[in-house]
Design a protein around this ligand. Structure first.
Ligand code: LLP
Length: 430
């Protein structure tokens, strides 16, 4: 489900008209629905309840403090990948036992901060990192709860940049290396407790098979590791559950659970999962306003005020996001396969950035629009704002959180001054 609906002749987020928000806060503007965030979290929780230890929302997908607070209050844990994300967790006073820390290249200060904070586990991706974690724990006089990240060597039909579970990817350790590390744990890494095993197959996976394969590939290893390390209690299956971007059929939590839960039950460990996109992707839209419309011999360009710095996914992954005038019912929006049938003229929806790669959508059947018209870019609640940049010295957009008839500004729009102040002081220096 999602809470972006069309009624009274206008698109709404829950009870609030999107056009009214754009009028009040300007564009580009990210708008999130609390109802959808909570609904998706609840669906996963219910579907996997038989095996579930903890859902850890993947902070990288949407790291806004108010979004994290909302999910924390609903009972979510968090998957973090940097010291910066840990500071977000600390700011909200979220207990360490609700946090798992992943990533191939954790720095020494990051490892130290995570151990001091008492995170539930550090997901370790190499022998070198294990050495570092063990040494840091000894220095601090702490135990280091660790999950070994395995590379399950599974292919998945997703963009090559977001597949992570193949053996040629940089993530995790292969099963042989993992077996050797487990044997050496007590002797060579005395400050480490192996509390978990972690796998993550990839992102935006819209079928159950790769997840199942990943679980099956590591099951024999898990059984062996458990026999050797009685403290092993958690199986972190990562994230990656795909969503509907209007060109893919995604699985519901129930369908996914039907396939995965029986397999996870056989393993018998409490499950941790790290969904990001599944919870947040369809819980957000980005609003942008048309600045100009221009035509050449073969094309119509709708030039809007948002670009690849605000939403990087179309340029970076050729990702498809539905885009539709905010005054129209999105159900009338032709999907990517309907180019020929829609009868609408085509358009490229592009932004002001000085790059041909700066676009939100290419070759779309698109209604006639005029300067000042507002457009909604759908499914941008995950990896939208969190991947935004200041390229072309463009301040980042504002973010709003809607709940029922209410809304809150949860990140103010950046100003040019915000951007320049980090450099201004250096001007006077020799
Ligand atoms: N856990 C680990 C270890 C991950 O690497 C990721 C995502 C997740 C969980 C969350 O994955 P999700 O459930 O959101 O698919 N920027 C890309 C996605 C990159 C995902 C990176 N890792 C995009 O915009 O599609």
């Amino acid at each position: 489900m999602h809470s972006f609906r069309y009624h009274d002749g206008a698109q709404h987020c829950e009870g609030v008209s999107l056009a009214s928000l754009a009028d009040q806060y300007g564009t580009p503007l990210y708008v999130y629905s609390a109802e959808t965030l909570l609904d998706h979290f609840g669906k996963l929780q219910r579907a996997f309840h038989e095996v579930l230890g903890l859902i850890c929302f993947s902070v990288k997908a949407n790291s806004n403090l108010s979004v994290l607070k909302l999910l924390h209050e609903a009972g979510s844990g968090f998957d973090i990948v940097s010291g910066g994300e840990l500071e977000r967790i600390r700011t909200l006073g979220i207990p360490g036992e609700k946090v798992v820390f992943a990533g191939v290249g954790k720095s020494q200060p990051e490892i130290e901060a995570a151990l001091r904070y008492g995170v539930r586990m550090l997901n370790v991706e190499s022998e070198a990192e294990l050495v570092s974690v063990d040494a840091t724990a000894k220095k601090l006089g702490l135990r280091a709860p660790v999950a070994l990240r395995l590379n399950p060597d599974v292919a998945s039909k997703t963009h090559p940049y977001i597949t992570t579970g193949k053996k040629e990817n940089k993530f995790g350790v292969d099963l042989d290396t993992a077996s050797r590390l487990v044997e050496r744990l007590g002797r060579d890494f005395p400050a480490v407790d192996l509390v978990g095993i972690h796998v993550h197959v990839g992102s935006q996976i819209t079928e159950a098979a790769p997840f199942l394969q990943g679980i099956r590939n590591v099951a024999p290893f898990l059984a062996q590791a458990r026999a050797q390390r009685p403290e092993l209690a958690l199986f972190d299956i990562g994230g990656g559950f795909g969503i509907w971007y209007s060109d893919q059929q995604a699985l519901t939590a129930d369908v996914l659970a039907q396939d995965l839960v029986p397999e996870l039950k056989k393993i018998g460990l409490k499950v941790v999962m790290e969904p990001g996109r599944f919870i947040a992707g369809n819980a957000g839209v980005m609003l942008t306003r048309v600045r100009y419309v221009k035509r050449n011999a073969s094309k119509r360009f709708v030039i809007v005020d948002a670009d690849m710095n605000d939403l990087m996914r179309p340029s970076f992954y050729k990702a498809y996001h539905g885009i539709w005038p905010t005054r129209l019912d999105p159900h009338t929006m032709p999907g990517p396969d309907a180019l020929e049938d829609s009868g609408l003229g085509r358009a490229d929806i592009v932004g002001p950035i000085c790059e041909s790669g700066g676009f939100l959508g290419l070759d779309r059947p698109f209604p006639e629009v005029a300067p000042g018209d507002l457009l909604t870019v759908f499914s941008t609640g995950a990896y939208g704002f969190s991947m935004a940049s200041n390229y072309n010295t463009r301040p980042r957009a504002a973010e709003l959180l809607v709940h029922g008839a209410h809304h809150r500004l949860v990140r103010r729009r950046e100003t040019i001054d915000d951007l320049l102040k980090l450099e201004r002081d250096a001007l006077g220096a020799p």
